[in-house]
Design a protein around this ligand. Structure first.
Ligand SMILES: *[C@@H]1O[C@H](CO)[C@@H](O)[C@H](O)[C@H]1NC(C)=O
Length: 256
């Protein structure tokens, strides 16, 4: 009796705790260095996986993320070299404090970077997820769920078509490997009170309309299912939901 109890209890706990599988695929014809960050102010449930790794062209990894993963983000870094002074400047874009593995408290990415974001088991027992261009663009990406749920993406290369004030950085051949947001390009010169950054007197959805965000329509027009500025939720095509009761697994693909 006692033996059976001991065997069954952990199995039941494991079921109740639940977990999802996240797969990260690099379909780009070049190496990408994916990075992962979980906002420690929001949740302590972090994936049991490294916070940064090298992904050769065509490679994929998968790992388990906790059912209660909150404020998690994954992005790709381009043209990295961690041999000298590993840190945020080890990559042309997307680099983080820590080098190859991002620091778990301060290791967010250096813009521009396209970011995939998840909050599992959020309000109303829904998973919330999106492909964000709020920090600009550096790689095409797509999220797919293993169940019948939305598949947000920014599948096109916004580097070559990026508007002049936002374009860059550039790789050694002169190719643009990023397209900055109007905020991080600081085109209005006042990041603390900026309609482009939704900061200062523009820090609400009402005071930061899309009409005040320079080049909003460039990003949203090219990637209509992506999160194109800080308050894009009102577009109805930025933040996506999937019932957490479906226990979806998710796949993130670079260069889908
Ligand atoms: C999620 O992935 C796990 C591990 O591969 C699998 O057992 C499970 O059936 C998948 N769940 C769904 C809803 O796709």
């Amino acid at each position: 009796m006692i033996t059976r109890f001991i065997l069954i209890l952990p199995a039941l706990l494991a079921l109740r705790a639940g977990a999802r599988t996240l797969t990260v695929v690099n379909s780009c014809p070049f190496t990408v260095w994916p990075a992962m960050f979980t906002d420690p102010n929001v949740g302590q449930d972090v994936p049991d996986f490294v916070t940064g790794w090298e992904a050769a062209p065509g490679s994929s990894v998968n790992f388990v993320v906790p059912d209660g993963w909150k404020a998690g983000r994954i992005w790709g870094r381009r043209d990295c070299d961690f041999t000298v002074a590993p840190g945020p400047n080890s990559c042309l874009d997307g680099g983080c404090n820590g080098g190859l593995e991002c620091d778990r408290t301060t290791g967010t990415g250096v813009p521009p970077a396209t970011v995939a974001e998840w909050t599992l088991q959020g309000d109303g027992n829904n998973d919330f997820y999106d492909v964000s261009l709020v920090d600009g663009y550096n790689l095409p990406m797509a999220i797919a769920a293993s169940v019948s749920c939305p598949a947000p993406s920014c599948p096109v290369d916004l580097g070559p078509t990026c508007p002049e004030p936002l374009i860059g950085p550039f790789d050694s051949s002169g190719f643009p490997v990023g397209c900055k947001s109007a905020c991080s390009a600081n085109i209005d010169g006042n990041p603390l009170d900026s309609a482009n950054c939704c900061s200062g007197s523009h820090d609400t959805a009402a005071t930061c309309p899309t009409s005040g965000v320079a080049f909003y329509s460039y990003f949203k027009g090219n990637c209509p299912n992506a999160y194109a500025y800080a308050f894009d939720e009102s577009s109805g095509t930025a933040l996506w939901e999937c019932s957490a009761s479906l226990n979806a697994n998710y796949t993130l693909t670079f260069c889908p």
